[in-house]
Design a protein around this ligand. Sequence first.
Ligand code: C2E
Ligand code: CA
Ligand code: CA
Ligand code: CA
Length: 279
Amino acid sequence: AKKSNNKGYVMYKKQQRFSHNQMLKLETRLHDAIINEAFELYYQPKVNLQTNEIDGMEALIRWFDDELGFVAPDQFIPFAEEVGFITDISEWVIAKAGRQVMIWNEQFNLNMRVAVNISPSHLKAENFIERLKNILKANEISPNSLEIEITEMSFLDQNADLLSTITQLKEMGITLAIDDFGTGYSSLSYLKRFPVDLLKIDRSFIHEMYKNEADVAMVAAIITLARALDLKIVAEGVEEYKDLLLLRDFNCEFVQGYYYSRPLTIEDFSKRLIEKGIQ
Ligand code: C2E
Ligand code: CA
Ligand code: CA
Ligand code: CA
């Protein structure tokens, strides 16, 4: 069941299954939200550990519904996948985030990329590449400014179509990142077969790794693997200075996390850029 706190936010427990009535309600509200573009994007800085400067950002969707209150993406994104709304939502995200990074790059004379999360079902949609090209063109978004994050789940059924899609993304100049790396069920063989650029180490390994030898060993091993395969590394969910120090020791290239910044509104992100870098 849902719980309302005193701010009127509706909070669903993670992984909780919805009742039939809740699903109907959610589906109606989500459908309305898509039509009315009732979403917002927040942007979390990705920081270069060597220079301490903002290198780029990840776009993260937010939905504040008039009736339901705040619904977390962990809740409505899986639902949107199930009911077939995910492509509409993701295409909105790509257009919005892509446009925004072009504006920032021009305004601050930078060359940043924005990362967007793409669900497996969207990636595998038949006309994915064609529609993506149209969105980039219509919004004057350079493919070089776009990074696509997919999880290992996308590689569960590795097939020729997927290889072709990903190869086409690369040919367009789009950067490809593996999200939540280390938590998927896929074998590592896809790293050899697919032209991936970047691994994002899941925050379950990073968070308080300084307290846990096994986590430190895993992170060190992932970074070694990435180096050998010529992949860049982003450590996600860095909250503690002690974890940051370990990542520095390992020469990890990029970090994201509350230690540097939570996801920000456009206005707050712009302020960070004006302050030039982050510290
Ligand atoms: P994700 O792609 O792994 O995104 C990272 C999540 O970790 C975000 O949660 C972010 O706010 C949070 N985070 C960042 N730094 C820290 C930290 O230091 N500590 C902690 N505890 N958390 C941190 P968020 O925004 O709630 O998103 C949750 C998930 O929802 C995302 O996980 C992603 O799978 C999905 N999602 C979010 N936006 C989109 C979107 O536009 N499209 C799609 N398809 N999925 C999205
Ligand atoms: Ca992500
Ligand atoms: Ca992640
Ligand atoms: Ca995730």
